[in-house]
Design a binder for this molecule. Structure first.
Ligand code: ADP
Ligand code: MG
Length: 264
């Protein structure tokens, strides 16, 4: 089982889109994949069609959650095997998130080995999946730290935008600190997202990133593709929504590169 954390403390850079569609692409290539939604916003969960949280009209965040989530794993001590759900993509499984996770960072502060809660829970399922992909919130708080501590490889999505590299120093510093508790953590790759061929800017970001990260940057660059932004609102992966889109092709190519890089 290979465990990846997809992190960048910037919001809107394509973390969730990458976890969802890289996960689906790997599953389509017959890999058994578990994606974990570690963001209280739960975009990954809803994007994969997990909408139970909306079933109860009257439900609000102070009521008890109507389903089990990663919150119950981290704070309640439940096992991952008891909270995961199947998705409409064969071989793709999800540990959903829940709004209650927003308070988890505070609840976790006083817990023993608060940085290794997720790592310890993943140990119970080591042989069950080929890949585990963890989607992080846009911060370097305790949730992201748990993911960095649990994973072997960090995948950084970078949006082809002005200031793309800003803040990355902080992420790399955090990664170095995490090596104190998780010496095996390495940067597994950088995924360039939302590439716009009409702008010079995208081109120059790709050049900068490839210079800075050398071989860690994946060849497959994800284009800005409206189909990628539409598919989550239908609860579908890009392969279910528009298999022929440029977004689908890019994530499929990325999955091939991924398999080659980590299985060879
Ligand atoms: P993050 O998880 O880092 O906050 P998201 O994956 O949620 O980022 O992406 C932010 C927004 O951009 C979402 O609305 C998403 O649908 C959209 N998006 C992500 N990747 C692409 C892309 N390649 N082309 C077009 N829209 C994209
Ligand atoms: Mg996200």
């Amino acid at each position: 089982m290979k465990t990846f954390v997809i992190a960048n403390q910037k919001g809107g850079v394509g973390k969730t889109t990458t976890v969802m569609n890289l996960g689906a692409a790997l599953a389509n290539k017959k890999k058994k994949v578990l994606v974990i939604d570690l963001d209280p916003q739960s975009n990954l969960s809803s994007g994969l069609g997990f909408t139970q949280q909306f079933d109860k009209q009257s439900w609000n965040s102070t009521d008890e959650a109507p389903y089990k989530s990663i919150y119950d794993v981290l704070v309640g001590g439940d096992s991952i095997s008891s909270v995961f759900v199947t998705t409409s993509t064969p071989n793709l499984f999800l540990v959903p998130s829940h709004l209650s996770l927003a308070g988890a960072e505070i609840e976790m502060v006083n817990m023993i080995s608060r940085e290794t809660l997720l790592k310890n829970k993943l140990k119970e399922i080591t042989e069950e999946y080929d890949y585990v992909l963890i989607d992080c919130p846009p911060s370097l708080g305790l949730l992201t730290i748990n993911a960095l501590t649990a994973a072997e490889r960090l995948i950084i999505p970078i949006q082809c935008e002005y200031f793309a590299l800003e803040g990355l120093g902080q992420l790399i510093e955090t990664t170095k600190l995490i090596r104190g508790v998780n010496p095996s953590l390495k940067i597994g790759g950088v995924v360039l997202t939302m590439y716009d061929s009409r702008t010079k800017l995208s081109e120059s970001v790709v050049k900068d990133v490839k210079e800075f990260f050398k071989d860690v940057a994946f060849e497959s660059v994800v284009p800005r593709n409206v189909r990628l932004s539409e598919s989550p609102s239908h609860g579908k992966t890009i392969f279910q929504y528009d298999d022929k889109s440029t977004g689908a092709m890019a994530y499929s190519k990325l999955a091939n590169e991924f398999i080659k890089r980590f299985e060879d």
